[in-house]
Design a protein around this ligand. Structure first.
Ligand code: FMN
Length: 363
């Protein structure tokens, strides 16, 4: 390794030291939980490669989650986490499963974490991570005892918020360092991760980049669709009428996304003609996508299922091992820092970066 790269690597390690310490990993790279895809194999592979794998349990029962957690323990002895959607009807039992199996970190997603859930986890010594979509919410969650936050922009795959990662990072990172903040959404390369780290992030979270990992059980047709897709193909679900809410989801455009718009129009027309109650019509629209991610990701029905993916999908160009993906991300981050040092720039080359400071204009 050249001297410049060695010193850039040291800087990178200093940047994400807080994130690494929090996660207990070699790299502060979280593999964002992806329903159906983030199961024992991918999670263990990410953690074994020095990142932090997170089991997705949005679609699992407590017993299924227990099997998944045991499966990760069998495959790796490195830290990993579990992502629990707080609206899950068996939230308490899922939490108990994590506590009983001594899962070190739990990520609470899909809404504000209930107080009792946070308390139960903390009493058990579990580190609790939650999503913050604004600076005031970040402050509130830190006060509530959340140990780390993820800020995730609308470039991400799956269910998303309304603000871009770029803007969220600027709104939160320079002003908040009460707890470590991980940045996710639209990160496809290590250079981008390095930038957020230089702004004060403790680490990053990537989902889409890991879908096509060799160790991912996603169906070959699902992986092929990702490999073929460009950033612009990862579109937001369309809501055709303000009275009929649609949860914003980013996924690759396919026949199902086209049909969804027609389905909404037909359902709303039926309601207006008096053939359906309002609640019934809203529920029909809400249920359109039920089971759709599994259909595409596991069964390989890429036309009728949901191809959830972030805009970083354009940077997924082949199936690679998780180890290669993580090594590539680290390499790109190191190169970006080394290049920045070479150019004499501040910002990502600045080893003395305090968290509470906006990037200089030159960076
Ligand atoms: C196929 C897919 C499924 C996902 N499922 C979940 C989920 O079940 N729970 C969750 O909190 N986030 C979910 N996400 C979001 C990821 O955890 C991660 O935060 C996101 O992918 C990061 O943005 P990126 O896709 O631009 O890398 C999903 C993302 C994808 C692409």
């Amino acid at each position: 390794m050249t001297e410049a790269r060695e010193s850039a690597l040291q800087r990178l390690d200093a940047y994400w030291a807080r994130g690494r310490a929090f996660l207990g990993t070699r790299y502060a790279i979280m593999g964002g939980a992806m329903s159906w895809v983030s199961e024992r194999n991918l999670v263990a592979a990410i953690s074994n490669a020095g990142g932090f794998g997170v089991v997705a349990c949005g679609s699992l029962s407590p017993d299924q989650l227990a099997v998944e957690i045991d499966g990760v323990y069998e495959r790796c002895d490195k830290p990993f986490g579990v992502n629990i959607i707080v609206m899950h009807p068996e939230l308490d039992a899922l939490v108990a499963t994590c506590v009983g199996r001594r899962v070190g970190h739990v990520v609470l997603a899909g809404g504000l974490p209930p107080k009792r859930t946070v308390e139960t986890l903390k009493q058990a010594g579990t580190r609790v991570v939650a999503f913050a979509s604004t600076l005031p919410l970040a402050r509130r969650l830190a006060k509530q005892g959340i140990d780390a936050l993820i800020i995730e922009g609308m470039e991400a795959g799956g269910h998303i918020g309304p603000v871009s990662t770029n803007v969220l990072a600027q709104e939160v990172l320079p002003h908040f360092d009460t707890v470590p903040v991980f940045v996710g959404g639209g990160i496809g390369r290590g250079d981008a991760a390095a930038l957020y780290l230089a702004m004060g992030a403790a680490g990053c979270q990537l989902g889409t980049r890991f879908v096509c990992a060799t160790e991912s059980i996603a169906h070959p047709r699902f992986k092929q669709a990702m490999i073929r897709a460009n950033a612009r193909d990862a579109r937001l679900s369309v809501q055709v009428d303000p009275d009929f809410p649609v949860i914003p989801v980013r996924a690759l455009a396919n026949k199902a996304t086209e049909r969804f718009e027609a389905f909404q129009r037909e359902t709303i027309a039926r309601y207006r003609q008096g053939d359906m109650e309002l609640g019934e019509a809203r529920l029909a629209i809400e249920h359109f996508w039920a089971g759709a991610l599994r259909r595409a990701a596991i069964e390989g029905n890429v036309e009728d299922g949901s191809l959830m993916a972030g805009q970083s999908v354009g940077m997924v160009t082949s199936e690679q091992s998780t180890g290669e993906i993580i090594a590539e991300l680290v390499d790109q981050a190191v190169n970006a820092i080394a290049l920045s040092v070479e150019r004499g720039a501040a910002g990502i080359a600045d080893g003395n970066r305090p968290a509470h400071r906006p990037l200089p204009a030159s960076a």
